[in-house]
Design a protein around this ligand. Structure first.
Ligand SMILES: Cc1ncc(COP(=O)(O)O)c(C=O)c1O
Length: 521
């Protein structure tokens, strides 16, 4: 029998109740998150809905604009604003009232991205060429998408390779690079990484008799010390594969320093940027990545993968390919016909990102400014989430990396991750459970293959979402205590008082486990 029966009346209606987990707390907690820009803690107009201590009429603080100072890669200081209500209004899926914390598995999609996909499919398409309008349209879609990715990542459009997924692209690249390896050569992988930046390299190394060296994160903090990587570098290291951000713990390793050490040893560096790209401005060259892989479906785009590599590196590599297909770079890495409509959706996703925070100028500058503003927004909510979870008895947050994305992994005592996932889902809070394919990391952290529950924030997350997640988790704990108490009452009725368990903002509809945690209208 389920411990929570949740009445989900999404969007409006009596019984709707959003608890507060300290409206001001996020303001005071930036000290715990040194990455947070200063002066960014004001909630925006769309999310001013804090209630204090379960009192129905909450205290509403009105500050309409979050102001950030952004040092762009062009060296400018630019003020940008972040209006989460405006951002949310562009995502049709959010009208459902569901709080989506599953962005690290795949973000929701703004209307303009879906429209770009549909328009491209309806416009008249052929294979890339220059004779017909349909051929020219397909060609323009590809050229535009490469430039969009270049603006997103700060790389050359000539090194942007599209594929079905990051996993597919990484397997292809690993097999191709391994043609130049042999026995005695070494590759370095880390136990922090998603398996898509481990297994392709392990398999490719094994196939040619090369040796795999492992770099391990700290089991408590989830940090990946630079020394863990440098300790396994040698003159025979051909490649270091490292994540820019862990999709399990949020850890952001010091990639530039790791890359510098790898280059010093004569190795190439492949960076998994799938989890970082939706959360921070990215500059591939500044990271020191020879190749950087990401997935547009994690940053509001369609299901695709992208590898951005130095064109000069790609020129030295020769993937297996069909005889008549293009042998130029980057085309020779793109097997078969590209999904033009998804490339158009990717360009629209980059446009969406550039427009996240109001700003003028070239698209690369707008991307950098917008991502910095979105990161500041997420950082503030991360503080609120971590502080809220810290107040909940029986909740364990795994890892405590200093530099991180707004992705939190936690467990609830007495509940399996799957149960927590299911029971939160019943009240319209999507926070999945598992290892999320960061299997080595989950095992290394002692979580086993079942992992834990992951709450990932996104630019469209607001205070209301975070509070509903916290209320749902709080209720899980209270429901467990109430169940125990009922059992004890049945055994020894004279020793215990009656009454329903209600408290800081979670409304129980009956002395059992009925819960309403829903978005306020
Ligand atoms: C950090 C990370 N790397 C790689 C991947 C694999 O990406 P794809 O689904 O595009 O193969 C994921 C997917 O969740 C991920 O989170």
């Amino acid at each position: 029998m389920a411990c929570i029966r949740v009445a989900c009346r999404v969007n409006a209606g009596p019984g709707c109740f959003v608890p507060a987990f300290g409206a001001d707390r996020a303001l005071s907690n930036r000290g715990r998150h040194p990455g947070a820009p200063r002066g960014l803690a004001s909630p925006s107009g769309g999310e001013l809905r804090a209630q204090v201590g379960g009192v129905v009429m909450g205290v509403v603080v009105v500050i309409g604009v979050v102001v950030v100072m952004v040092m762009g890669v062009v060296g400018q200081t630019t003020a940008v604003s972040f209006d989460v209500a405006r951002v949310r209004s562009q995502f049709p899926a959010l009208a459902s009232g569901v709080a989506f914390f599953d962005g690290p598995g795949g973000s929701q999609v703004p209307r303009q991205v879906a429209e770009a996909v549909a328009e491209t499919m309806c416009a008249g398409l052929a294979n890339r060429g220059s004779v017909t309008a349909a051929e020219r349209r397909a060609d323009a879609v590809v050229v535009t998408a490469r430039q969009a990715m270049a603006d997103l990542l700060g790389c050359s459009p000539d090194g942007v390779v599209f594929g079905r997924s990051m996993t597919q692209l990484t397997y292809d690249l690993a097999r191709t690079m391994a043609k130049q390896w042999g026995p005695g050569d070494e590759v370095v992988v880390t136990r922090l990484d998603h398996d898509a930046n481990i297994r392709p390299w392990v398999d490719a190394a094994r196939a040619v008799g090369a040796t795999v060296r492992w770099a391990d994160p700290d089991r408590e903090s989830g940090e990946l010390p630079v020394a863990a990587v440098t300790a396994v570098l040698s003159a025979r290291t051909r490649l270091v594969a490292v994540t820019a951000a862990s999709n399990l713990l949020g850890t952001r390793p010091d990639v530039p320093t790791i890359a510098a050490a790898a280059h010093e040893a004569g190795a190439l560096v492949h960076v998994d940027g799938v989890h970082l790209t939706p959360h921070a401005p990215v500059d591939v060259a500044a990271l020191g990545a020879d190749a950087y892989a990401c997935s547009p479906y994690k940053f509001f785009g369609p299901h695709l993968g992208v590898t951005a590599a130095a064109p000069s590196l790609l020129e030295t590599l020769h993937p297996d390919k069909l005889l008549p297909s293009a042998d130029s770079v980057p085309e020779r890495f793109e097997l078969g016909t590209l999904p033009y409509e998804l490339l158009a959706g990717t360009s629209a996703a980059v446009e969406f990102i550039a427009d996240l925070a109001a700003h003028q100028g070239p698209r690369r500058d707008r991307v950098v400014a917008s991502m910095a503003a979105a990161a500041a927004h997420e950082e503030r909510l991360l503080g609120r989430l971590l502080d809220g979870l810290a107040t909940l008895d029986g909740v364990t947050v795994h890892g405590a990396p200093v530099r991180r994305t707004p992705t939190v992994l936690f467990s609830v005592a007495g509940r399996s991750p799957r149960e927590v996932h299911e029971e939160l889902a019943r009240c319209g809070v999507n926070a999945p459970a598992g290892s999320f394919y960061a299997l080595e990391a989950a095992r290394w952290m002692g979580l086993g293959d079942q992992g834990a529950v992951r709450a990932g924030l996104a630019p469209y997350t607001d205070t209301d979402d975070v509070d509903r997640l916290l209320a749902g988790v709080a209720h899980l704990r209270r429901a467990r205590r109430a169940r125990r108490a009922r059992r004890a009452r049945r055994a020894e009725p004279e020793l215990l008082g009656g009454g329903s368990a209600t408290g800081d903002g979670v409304q129980l509809l009956d002395p059992g486990d009925q819960l309403v945690v829903q978005r306020r209208p």
